[in-house]
Design a protein around this ligand. Structure first.
Ligand SMILES: Nc1nc2c(c(=O)[nH]1)N[C@H]1C(S)=C(S)[C@@H](COP(=O)(O)OP(=O)(O)OC[C@H]3O[C@@H](n4cnc5c(=O)[nH]c(N)nc54)[C@H](O)[C@@H]3O)O[C@H]1N2
Ligand SMILES: Nc1nc2c(c(=O)[nH]1)N[C@H]1C(S)=C(S)[C@@H](COP(=O)(O)OP(=O)(O)OC[C@H]3O[C@@H](n4cnc5c(=O)[nH]c(N)nc54)[C@H](O)[C@@H]3O)O[C@H]1N2
Ligand code: SF4
Ligand SMILES: [Mo]
Length: 692
């Protein structure tokens, strides 16, 4: 029996797991004992990583649809040739902006780097990812406030903090191993800010059930209160930040006596929260989708950053304004997908950076993409407007997960070429595509990934591939060849080669990991960036900004703030209730394609879409537990759910999981204006009892 250590490619923690393999079969799965992230623990998804493509196993050969709606499987070479030819024809006929791709934070770093070398550098296409749906608000917030998209923390800060504040996050469900670490911190106060009683909120010492999307005002009120009471760290502000006096003036307009109307929390509750922050010695703020997925996600994230800066809760153990990422390699895609920044970070428009990257890649600078990609929403809008004609969807399921998802259905109907690359040929996105490229799951691939705390780690091939099985990497390489890239691919032949290229791209950047060799990551504890050549590793857990230096030109962190917007889509008489959405169980993953293969998950979760509704409201509407109800959205679409009557959501606020495709039929096309992240968590709706 051979032991192979690899990485879990579900959530943003990216735990390491030891697989024990015999005759190309996984015999035993044990979470890696001495890996700093998960220390011998994992959740049910990690333990079942070997279950991928066992029940639902597509033909390993690609599938191409015929004109008459039937399809055929053909050899890889034939299918790649046909698909590349069509893609080139469309690009030649309508221009390079007529083709696009949508990628992910769930592949290997080397894979999206290569995909975007092919599609962004060579084909000059737009490529965005599901990371846009997930944490682009956090990215924009960090970039402006700190000068670089560099989250400060290490996961150990969960255990070192005396005051753990979770804002719009539900780690008990979404990051179970991080939740375990919060639980093992016995001396902390746990504070949860969430409109509903989430699974995490049930265990909180203090739960603040604010009005949906009132966080920005809450943090401005809190900032003003902390300043008025002198509960701030003037030394820190003076030495390491800029723009505080303007911020201080600005928040004077947010007095405590307006708080209740604005946030739904009483003045006493907000004073209590301010006091808890003041009394904590090491206060950490952890935020997730409840913040990022809002029409003011970026500014709200920065309002959290501001509180952390002004109270000096950063750069020390157990502190930080800490955004939690969603997918295993979301941090990798933030830095290496060549979508919104050049490889390793830096703007597409920056001449010095362009020259450096072109030099490392050994190509003429004119090959590099000249600007950031169009964001996801604009790609879909342009398909529906008839401007984008070809779309390649890789490792994501937008027919299900995209906001207002019937707009994606419409887009699918308009495309001249729709390529889907997935483990499964029967997802909502893949089942009717023109070209389907089947690829192997993470357990058969190699490469690297970066987790939520900036830790680089290795994916190892646990199982050998069968005949005709290809990885994403192989498909990108073959497509690049068929598209005519020739010598532009010379340095991109293997994951190891791409890793070395990407590593060189980080030299001198905040993300510098030139001190890490590919082989060093195998069977390792992973290494957090930065780790430059010559650096010596003293500890397994490292945080940023311990010296108070940031990545801005002045090296100081910025207080960034803006007057809150009017809600672009408030409730109305016709749509008087608010629909909130998110995760529901630790076992179920997103659009369910992968976790439907885990028997225990199927047994423990509902096959039908369901929705939580407050007891009093249900009583008024004569709705009983498990009754089917129609939910009508302000976007004009109606979906049917089973009602689950509960006191964990407030009167007037409903909650459902987006594990069901019905949910995003209802969410509206509303985005944060800085990050273009969709506002998934606040849809005005109406409820109708079926037959009632
Ligand atoms: N089991 C499981 N784990 C997962 C995933 C999965 O699908 N299944 N997905 C992964 C991914 S990609 C991601 S991005 C993460 C997401 O992880 P989380 O962000 O923790 O999960 P969500 O359930 O989307 O949202 C968290 C909370 O935000 C709250 N919320 C909604 N509106 C507001 C608001 O206005 N203000 C505040 N303060 N809170 C609000 C919701 O009530 C919810 O409890 O999970 C990852 N982990
Ligand atoms: N209403 C609502 N909607 C949401 C959210 C919400 O909170 N509320 N959250 C949003 C967020 S944060 C996210 S991240 C998105 C997630 O949305 P998606 O990315 O659409 O969700 P997944 O189910 O993870 O889809 C991943 C797909 O990739 C396939 N896959 C797995 N491994 C591989 C591989 O190695 N290679 C390839 N090529 N394919 C593979 C899987 O089979 C699956 O079909 O959903 C967003 N949608
Ligand atoms: S907590 Fe996240 S990374 Fe760890 S095993 Fe579960 S899904 Fe995988
Ligand atoms: Mo996500």
């Amino acid at each position: 029996m051979k032991k192979i250590q690899s990485l879990c490619n579900y959530c943003g923690l990216a735990c390491n797991i030891d697989f024990f393999v015999e005759d190309n079969r996984v015999i035993k799965v044990i979470p890696t004992e001495n890996y700093p992230v998960n220390k011998g623990f994992s959740c049910i998804k990690g333990l079942n990583l070997d279950k991928q493509t066992q029940v639902y196993k597509p033909n390993p050969l690609p599938r191409i649809s015929r004109q008459d709606g039937t399809f055929e499987h053909m050899s890889w070479d034939q299918a790649i040739e046909k698909t590349a030819k069509k893609l080139k024809e469309i690009s030649t006929k309508y221009g390079s902006e007529s083709i696009a791709a949508i990628s992910t934070g769930q592949m290997m770093l080397e894979e999206f780097a290569l995909l975007c070398h092919v599609m962004r550098n060579y084909m000059k296409a737009n490529v965005d990812g599901n990371t846009r749906l997930c944490m682009s608000s956090a990215v924009y917030a960090y970039k402006e406030s700190f000068g670089f998209d560099a989250p400060p923390y290490t996961l150990n800060d969960l255990e070192l903090s005396d005051t753990v504040i979770i804002i719009g996050g539900n780690p008990l469900v979404a990051q179970p191993v991080a939740w375990g670490r919060i639980r093992s911190n016995k001396n902390k106060k746990l504070i949860v800010i969430d409109p509903r009683v989430s699974e995490t909120a049930i265990h909180a010492d203090y739960h603040y059930p604010l009005k949906p999307k009132s966080d920005l005002k809450l943090f401005y009120i809190l900032a003003n209160l902390l300043i008025e009471n002198g509960w701030i760290d003037s030394n820190y502000i003076e030495n390491y930040t800029e723009n505080f006096s303007e911020f201080k003036e600005f928040v004077k307009d947010y007095p405590l006596d307006h708080a209740e109307a604005e946030t739904g929390l009483t003045s006493e509750q907000i004073l209590q929260l301010a006091t808890l922050i003041h009394e904590g010695k090491n206060v950490s703020f952890w935020w997730a989708m409840g913040i990022n997925q809002g029409y003011e996600g970026t500014r709200t994230a920065q309002a959290i950053i501001n509180i952390s800066l002004m109270t000096g809760n950063i750069g020390r153990p157990g502190t930080g304004p800490n955004a939690i990422t969603g997918q295993s390699n979301a941090m990798g895609s933030r830095m290496f997908s060549n979508t919104t920044s050049l490889y390793g970070g830096g703007d597409h428009e920056d001449p010095a950076r362009r020259q450096a990257i072109a030099g490392i890649l050994g190509i003429d600078e004119s090959w590099l993409a000249t600007k950031p990609t169009l964001p996801y929403n604009q790609i879909i809008e342009k398909i529906n407007a008839g401007e984008i004609k070809a779309l390649w969807v890789v490792c994501t399921n937008p027919r299900h997960s995209w906001v207002n998802n019937e707009t994606f259905k419409a887009a699918m109907g308009k495309l001249e070429l729709f390529i889907v690359q997935d483990l499964y040929d029967n997802t909502d996105s893949s089942e009717n595509c023109d070209t389907f490229f089947p690829v192997v799951p993470g357990i058969k691939k190699e490469g690297t990934g970066i987790n939520t705390e900036r830790r680089l780690s290795a994916f190892r091939p646990v199982l050998k591939r069968e005949e005709n099985e290809l990885s994403d990497f192989d498909v990108f390489l073959k497509m690049g060849e068929a598209l005519g890239m020739g010598s532009l691919l010379d340095k991109w032949r293997t994951p190891r080669a791409v890793f070395d290229l990407m590593k060189k791209c980080t030299e001198g950047m905040p993300s510098d990991f030139t001190g890490i060799e590919y082989d060093d990551l195998i069977n390792s504890k992973g290494i957090q960036w930065p780790f430059a050549k010559g650096d010596v590793l003293k500890e397994d857990e490292r945080r940023l900004y311990e010296d108070g230096h940031y990545y801005t030109a002045s090296k100081k962190a910025q207080f960034i703030f803006e007057k809150p917007l009017e809600n672009p889509l408030p409730t109305t008489k016709e749509y008087p209730y608010i629909l909130n959405t998110g995760r529901e169980t630790a076992g179920q993953w997103q659009t369910q394609t992968r976790t439907r293969e885990i028997k225990q998950v199927g047994a423990a979760t509902s096959a039908e879409a369901y929705i939580y509704i407050n007891e009093k409201l249900a009583e008024e509407l004569l709705i009983n537990h498990n009754d089917p109800v129609e939910i009508h959205s302000i976007n004009g679409v109606c979906s049917i759910f089973e009602a689950r009557v509960t006191n964990r959501v407030k009167y007037g606020e409903l909650y459902t999981s987006f594990n069901y495709i019905e949910t995003n039929a209802l969410t509206p096309s509303v985005y944060d204006r800085h990050s273009s992240q969709p506002s998934y968590k606040m849809t005005p709706i109406q409820i109708k009892k079926i037959g009632g």
